[in-house]
Design a protein around this ligand. Structure first.
Ligand SMILES: Nc1ncnc2c1ncn2[C@@H]1O[C@H](COP(=O)(O)OP(=O)(O)O)[C@@H](O)[C@H]1O
Ligand SMILES: [Mg+2]
Length: 411
């Protein structure tokens, strides 16, 4: 019986708090999993940015990545380790690169999910290029934005087709405001989307592998209060539906980590933003929910590392479209889409892994999240974002929310 080591790499940018907690939890857990006659242990370190040989040997079994969506050296390194080394990566770098909000809208409309009516409009301005003039002269049809607005209906939202972080998003109530917003939009390619009005609940469904958590969200609150702490916001049926929706999206795009924004109006969840494959992970926004997020990452990364979970080689959308084109009811379709995802994420095997090999984790977490090390991780993140005179106040606030989580949901 020999000891083998699995390596988890954290590919990080400005992240401060969750990696410290992740590393410390894995270290304290000190995992020793008996597997095929060996004892499997797990080590975590941070991926560095440097020149690399495309044929360099495998180093990591699993990489948790936070850079792919904007830092290209790391994105291309991740493609290398998936293709050359069979490394498992959160998230799929190709689908992250190519699946913008627009793709996600089209795909989920195709599957029959409730996405508000959405139009795309050509941009107001262009980057000059040799072929631009002839292309536009020949093919760009003059259009009346007012007519598009009329067809879609007000109020609506104008937002970039590939957007994120609320950049370039505006709410529009009439034709005049629409034209003004379009004037301002410059070179960005924009969507116009019918507003979901009078919703009584805004939820973010955060998914890590098969683990989905619903968090009530208040977009009008200050940053540290947007994720609400109230838990009993949905009935069991609604939770089941939303879990299925989130799994359908994540499974379809091959994302192991994503956040899906849904607005409940008359009992239906309308999906407005669900291509968030590098969602907020900071204690300064997640506070009460932060331990769940870190623990979910720990559980899923350990499961993938220990079992050397194979990375999906393709997304294979055909089974989803077959279901979409069948004459089943929407609920039956959703159940069938989600079943594909549950199978892909190996939900049952994962749960068994947690029950068997991570049985100590709740206890380890309870101790860790009360520790000075945890408090210091919170402080470091606060220090990076808040002015000096607020460090004590906000460190206290976020740490207290973590203690509330320990009391209500911890060991
Ligand atoms: N169709 C819509 N109906 C109601 N509110 C919307 C709609 N689209 C966007 N919003 C509001 O605008 C915010 C930002 O839009 P979103 O699509 O989430 O963009 P981003 O990707 O930049 O987060 C949302 O959190 C929501 O508050
Ligand atoms: Mg959003």
């Amino acid at each position: 019986m020999s000891e083998v080591t699995r390596r988890i790499g954290l590919s990080l940018g400005a992240d401060i708090c969750w990696p410290i907690c992740f590393e410390e939890l894995v270290r304290r857990l000190d995992l020793k999993v008996p597997l095929d006659g060996d004892t499997v242990r797990v080590e975590v370190d941070r991926v560095t940015i440097e020149p690399y040989d495309l044929r360099a040997p495998r180093h990591y079994d699993v990489v948790l990545d936070r850079l792919t969506h904007w830092y290209h050296t790391s994105r291309e390194w991740i493609k290398k380790v998936v293709l050359m080394d069979d490394t498992y990566v959160l998230n799929n770098p190709w689908s992250l690169q190519s699946m913008e909000k627009h793709t996600s809208y089209c795909a989920m409309m195709r599957l029959g999910l409730p996405v508000p009516d959405t139009w795309m409009v050509p941009p107001k301005e262009y980057e000059k290029s040799a072929d631009l003039q002839p292309t536009l002269e020949r093919y760009a049809r003059l259009f009346d934005l007012g007519e598009v607005g009329e067809q879609l209906g007000y109020p609506m939202f104008m937002k970039p087709y590939d957007g994120g972080a609320w950049v370039g998003v505006s709410r529009i109530d009439n034709e005049e405001a629409l034209k003004a917003a379009y004037e301002q939009s410059g070179k960005r390619v924009m969507h116009l989307q019918r507003s979901v009005e009078g919703f009584d609940l805004f939820v973010r469904a955060i998914g890590i592998g098969p683990q989905i958590r619903f968090v009530k969200y208040d977009p009008g609150a200050p940053l540290h209060e947007r994720y609400r702490v109230d838990r009993d916001v949905m009935g069991e049926d609604e939770q089941r539906t939303l879990r299925r929706i989130a799994l359908t999206i994540n499974g379809f795009f091959g994302w192991d980590f994503n956040s899906c924004e849904a607005l409940r109006q008359d009992g239906t969840f309308h999906l407005i933003d669900f291509a968030n494959a590098c969602p907020d992970s900071q204690v300064t926004s997640l506070h009460y929910h932060f331990p769940w997020l870190v623990l979910s990452k720990v559980r899923w990364a350990l499961f993938c590392a220990v079992h050397r979970r194979p990375f999906r080689k393709n997304l294979n959308w055909a089974p989803y479209f077959e279901i979409a084109d069948s004459d089943r009811s929407f609920d039956e379709k959703l159940e069938a889409y989600a079943a594909i995802a549950e199978e892909k994420y190996e939900t049952e095997r994962f749960e068994e892994f947690c029950a068997t090999h991570l049985a100590r984790l709740p206890e380890v977490a309870d101790e860790f999240f009360a520790s000075d090390t945890c408090r210091d991780a919170v402080r470091q993140k606060v220090a990076a974002l808040f002015p000096a005179h607020e460090h004590d106040e906000f460190t206290g606030l976020f740490f207290d929310r973590i203690q509330k989580w320990r009391q209500e949901e911890g060991a």
